[in-house]
Design a protein around this ligand. Structure first.
Ligand code: 4AD
Ligand code: MG
Length: 465
């Protein structure tokens, strides 16, 4: 955690005894400056920790003129001795011996002057918000979770499988797609019937950004055994909720020989692993977020890690909702696609635990899910979380060629011969699921809005940066 030219502040803070009395080089951005005519204190942050390091400038060594450019937002390099701090609020500090200013930040125009900007204000300044304590915490946790995900699957012998982002298959039905084209929109080529002539388009056919890597993931799993994808997905729904993005990252494991119960076990183990990893490796960041935004955050995280998830068939879930006597905004009855308020009632009020809801009506789920013997429900599983609602969606897949074809015919799905080959040749029972990465980050950080857990959020009418 140290490169040739600088000491990371996180490292100095974690192991002060190793550095006290030594000369260190620290480089970062000034968070604040205060002091008197004898001494000036600068809080320096280098992104490695939510904690800033105190730099002490003795005004016998440095003139006011030397420090004129050391203002909030400026970037500096300080060399000096690391010492135990005499002041309150920090254990160590650096007695500055030399100062180099890399870049100034005009106090009249630098937007992050005062402490405690609102999250809405910071969303408008998304290009600078990584420099705030709150957002840097979110970003470090996001990184740790991404790393934990790769580690979890790698340690289990899963292969990271790269599925395409541009696709010509739109059968998943997971959401509206963004079209990808190089055709001139003001002068679209037409065929003899007057329809758009996609043979003239870049790929010679209509193409879009992917809504999920699953179908291609199944091709990987039925060859390599267990795979996972981890990449961006794109959905063009006009959803302006605090849980939807138009561009979000999804992790989709797909496992040959797994049935629905194995799938549920994996999902539960996986999500608990990720949360435990963050609890262990992001202590300072979680503590900071708890202190400033969400007091119950650490307890909520530990609770999820330590308790078994409830496993419940959809039909049972609907019965509980119907008998709850609660006035929901959206009606609830067998066959309905549950709304977030229904999911959250089950999790937050009824069971007070994460719930894995299974065996949904086939009409509200994707064509590829395995039909149950009742002919009405499919082996779907949604993992529902407190504060979030659905965090994972998955299923056992229909591996029977005839049943799958019949369902596709019912839905009028065509042109998926490549997908059907997995069932034509050496078909196996298999299962998988998708975890919305930002929903996981939302849960672990305790943030309220999904737009605050991704560096540059995309949502309807917003595509800045
Ligand atoms: O439930 P979904 O649509 O499932 C699939 O796409 C399957 N192909 C997954 C699979 O079986 N391999 O999406 C999976 C998860 C959801 O549970 C949710 O966490 C997240 O992706 N998600 C979104 N996250 C942010 N913004 C959106 N618009 C999202 N839509 C889904
Ligand atoms: Mg879903």
């Amino acid at each position: 955690m140290q490169d040739i030219r600088r000491s990371l502040i996180a490292k100095l803070m974690a192991e002060p005894a190793c550095y006290i009395g030594k000369t260190v080089d620290v480089k970062g951005w000034v968070r604040s400056r205060r002091g008197n005519k004898y001494v000036q204190f600068v809080a320096l942050n280098d992104g490695s920790s939510v904690k800033s390091l105190q730099i002490v400038f003795d005004l016998n060594k440095f003139s006011e003129e030397d420090l004129r450019q050391v203002t909030t937002g400026a970037s500096i390099h300080v060399q000096g001795e690391l010492v135990e701090s005499q002041g309150k609020g920090q254990t160590i500090e650096v007695q500055a011996e030399s100062l180099e200013v890399y870049g100034t930040a005009d106090p009249d125009t630098y937007p992050l002057q005062k402490k405690g900007h609102s999250l809405e204000f910071l969303r408008d300044k998304a290009h600078l918000r990584p420099r705030t304590n709150y957002f840097s915490c979110v970003l470090r946790i996001r990184h740790a979770l991404a790393y934990a995900i790769h580690k979890f699957f790698n340690d289990k012998g899963f292969y990271y499988f790269h599925t395409p982002l541009i696709t010509a298959s739109d059968c998943e039905g997971a959401g509206a797609q963004f079209q990808v084209t190089t055709l001139p929109l003001d002068k679209l080529p037409q065929d003899k019937e007057g329809a758009i002539d996609y043979s003239k388009d870049f790929f010679g056919k209509m193409a879009s950004l992917t809504v999920s890597g699953q179908l291609e993931g199944e091709l990987g799993a039925t060859a390599l055994g267990c795979i996972y994808t981890f990449g961006p997905t794109f959905r063009a729904e006009n959803s302006n909720t605090p849980r939807h993005l138009s561009e979000f990252w999804m992790i989709e494991p797909e496992m040959a020989f797994y049935e629905i119960a194995d799938n549920m076990d994996l999902a539960e183990e996986f999500i608990k692993y990720c949360i435990s990893y963050a609890l262990e490796h992001c202590k300072d960041d979680i503590e900071f977020l708890a202190e400033h935004f969400d007091k119950e955050l650490p307890e909520r995280l530990k609770f999820v890690v330590e308790n078994d998830f409830v496993r419940l068939p959809y039909t049972e879930g609907v019965r509980i909702l119907e008998e709850s006597g609660k006035k929901f905004e959206f009606p609830v009855y067998w066959g309905v696609d549950l709304a977030s308020e229904h999911e959250r009632y089950l999790v937050e009020e009824h069971f007070k635990k994460p719930v894995i809801l299974t065996d949904y009506p086939k009409e509200i789920k994707a064509f590829y899910m395995k039909l149950n013997d009742d002919g009405k429900t499919v082996r779907a599983m949604d993992v529902l979380f407190p504060k979030i609602g659905e965090i994972i969606g998955g299923s056992q897949r229909e591996e029977n060629y005839d049943k799958l074809c019949a369902r596709m015919e019912e839905l009028g799905l065509e042109g998926m011969d490549w997908y059907l080959d997995t069932r034509r040749f050496g078909s196996v029972p298999h299962s998988g699921f998708g975890l919305g990465f930002e929903r996981l980050v939302l849960f672990v950080t305790g943030m309220q809005n999904i737009r605050d857990v991704i560096p540059f959020p995309r949502y309807p009418k917003n595509c800045e940066y």
